[in-house]
Design a protein around this ligand. Structure first.
Ligand code: GTP
Ligand code: MG
Length: 383
């Protein structure tokens, strides 16, 4: 009796994990030689091994001439990075491919994805980098599977999408992912970041973003002093949060998170969604499947909101209905931040802005460059 193809693959996987490219290629070649072409049901596994061996050999050869490449380092692109994370085989690669056109490999074998693959979600106003990532397994934080460099990669994101398989126990899957990341110091939270701490080299304690009231500012100062942080900027993006500041001071990375119940076409999807909502009140839950791209609009809007992005328009002329370029900005951004990013605006020469929208009392009101914009504002810059 030989092992069923998927079990055999798991065995091979466990043998090549942690090995360098040349060693992994040698192991896979050995198995390839051992699997007769006549075995029915093993063709996909053979094809896969052939491909993997080719890749590992090429990477091994490349290494000797080019020096080592860190497969887990991905160049940042766009205005924000979102990591799609989850257990093996839940459909991360399928979703990131359909959602953000990442050139991923989708396969019914667990741990198909061996390194991050980037796609770009193009929105009017800015692109969002979406990363497909290898699976998080029990014990990843202790070095299992892809280990801590995978968790480190996730910590570089501005938000996380936890992909869950509707055909499995979604609540335990979600708890596992959260626990592995928590043990690495990444806190998955159900909302956008309200208060951000940026350590500085000098300059004492300063506040930026939304105005902070006196009582909150003194709480923040006390917390920083107790933690012996003398120089830092506290940016209030939406509201001051003692809890978030405490987590940041304890060295945690705050990560806005949403849940995706994938394989929505499976019969258990409805129950999976209800279970998840009961177990994690307050978390956004979206049901998707890559086959008909179900709820991708909802997924996009929820990502934008998890990132705390605001849509503003930069007007060519001083009139609300003038031609406008859309721009997505982080909550707590000022007119100056917009001028720095807007194309065709020379931010060194602008002195004021005219604003139409919720952040001002009167349409077309003139404001200084430190003025904070609101979602939907339309802005014209005056030199
Ligand atoms: N029915 C159904 N199957 C899906 C869906 N999404 C993914 N799959 C299947 O699930 C399997 C795993 O998909 P992948 O996208 O490779 O999963 P992954 O999470 O990237 O897996 P790893 O890279 O191994 O961690 C493949 O056979 C997919 O065809 C879906 O929405 N519905
Ligand atoms: Mg994958």
């Amino acid at each position: 009796m030989h092992l069923p193809a998927n079990h055999l693959w798991r065995k091979i996987e466990s043998e090549i994990t942690g090995k360098d490219h040349a060693e992994a290629a040698a192991i896979m070649r050995r198995y390839l030689d051992e699997i007769p072409a006549s075995w029915r049901g093993y063709q996909a596994l053979r094809d896969r091994l052939v491909k993997r061996v080719g890749r590992s050999e090429a990477a091994g050869a490349g290494r000797s001439t080019r020096g080592s490449r860190d497969e887990f380092h991905v160049q940042r692109r766009g205005i924000a990075r979102v990591c799609f994370i989850g257990a093996a085989n839940c459909g991360k690669s399928a979703i990131v491919n359909a959602f953000a056109q990442a050139p991923t490999e989708v396969n019914d074998f667990p741990q198909t994805t061996r390194e991050p693959v980037a796609g770009l979600l193009r929105l009017g106003g800015g692109d969002i980098q979406c990363l497909d990532t290898p699976a998080i397994l029990p014990g990843t934080v202790g070095g299992e599977g892809f280990g801590r460099r995978l968790l480190h990669l996730v910590s570089t994101g501005d938000a996380a999408v936890v992909v869950l398989d509707a055909g499995e126990d979604v609540t335990s899957q979600a708890r596992l992912i959260m626990a592995e990341l928590a043990a690495f110091g990444v806190r998955l939270q159900p909302h956008a970041i309200g208060t951000e701490l940026t350590p500085q080299g000098r300059g004492g304690i300063s506040f930026a973003g939304e105005p902070i009231d006196k009582a909150d500012a003194s709480v923040a100062r006390r917390m920083l002093t107790e933690a012996e942080v003398m120089h830092a900027r506290v940016t209030v993006r939406s509201a001051f949060s003692e809890d978030e500041l405490a987590a940041s001071l304890a060295g945690q990375t705050l990560m806005p998170t949403l849940f995706v119940v994938n394989k929505d076409d499976l019969p258990g999807a409805g129950k999976a969604e209800t279970d998840l909502r009961d177990a994690f009140p307050g978390h956004a839950v979206i049901r998707t499947n890559f086959l008909d791209e179900a709820n991708f609009d909802d997924l996009q809007a929820t990502i934008v909101s998890a990132l705390g992005l605001r849509a503003v328009a930069v007007l060519d002329e001083p009139a609300a209905d003038a031609r406008a370029a859309p721009l997505l900005m982080r909550a707590g951004s000022s007119a100056r931040d917009i001028a720095e990013r807007a194309e065709g605006v020379d931010d060194s020469s602008v002195v004021a802005a005219l604003v139409w929208g919720d952040s001002v009392k009167h349409p077309g009101q003139e404001v200084g460059l430190s003025h904070l914009v609101a979602d939907g504002d339309r802005v014209h810059f005056r030199a």
